[in-house]
Design a protein around this ligand. Structure first.
Ligand SMILES: [Mg+2]
Length: 190
């Protein structure tokens, strides 16, 4: 039996980008955009099973999402909050970290991906071991953020019309595939 004080000292998380990882994106000119209504928020096939498998292995599941349209005034924060409440009814997500920063902040917000502030805050509050944690995302900001936090990075690769900056540790086609990679690697990181 682990001592209570050490209960969280070995804990690891899977940090999940939201749009394109958990839910369908809206594509315009080869680039992904977030849903702008509850009706547009559609969970991707395999995402519930992937979340269930990762939870069974003992990972915290933490959504880390940039929602800059709120900061820009073109999307209501209440709508994003309603989407997240809905998402947490459908998926076993432990925590949701959101950056509403517009991206125009100077200096840039430490909480907007690619900066790792959302991951560092969750790690501090939950006692997570980032070196045994994973970041799964579909864009360069997710991958660079995961690297900055010291996590293993996994790109869900949709071949968007935009370049990566840093290379991910692994590439997959879905969160379901990412879960298989994580479950295979997890014993090696212990
Ligand atoms: Mg995304």
């Amino acid at each position: 039996m682990a001592a209570p004080l050490q209960a969280h000292s070995h804990k690891a998380a899977v940090f999940l980008d939201r749009d394109g990882v958990l839910n369908r994106v809206l594509l315009r000119d080869g680039k992904p955009y977030p849903p702008t209504s509850l009706a547009d928020f559609v969970i991707l096939p395999g995402a519930p099973e992937a979340c269930r498998l990762l939870k069974e292995r003992g990972f915290y599941l933490i959504v880390v999402t940039n929602q800059p349209d709120v900061g820009r005034g073109t999307l209501k924060q209440e709508l994003v909050e309603a989407i997240h409440a809905h998402m947490q009814r459908l998926l076993p997500i432990d925590r949701v970290e959101v950056s509403y920063d517009s991206g125009d902040e100077n200096p840039p917000s430490e909480f907007r991906k690619p900066c790792p502030g959302m991951l560092l805050r969750a790690a501090r509050e939950l006692g997570l071991d980032l070196s045994r944690s994973f970041m799964v995302g579909d864009r360069w900001r997710d991958i660079d953020c995961g690297h900055a936090a010291g996590c293993t990075t996994i790109l869900v690769d949709y071949a968007y019309a935009e370049e990566l900056r840093q290379s991910p540790h692994h590439r997959v086609k879905s969160l379901r595939e990412a879960a298989d990679v994580i479950l295979r690697l997890e014993p090696l990181l212990s």
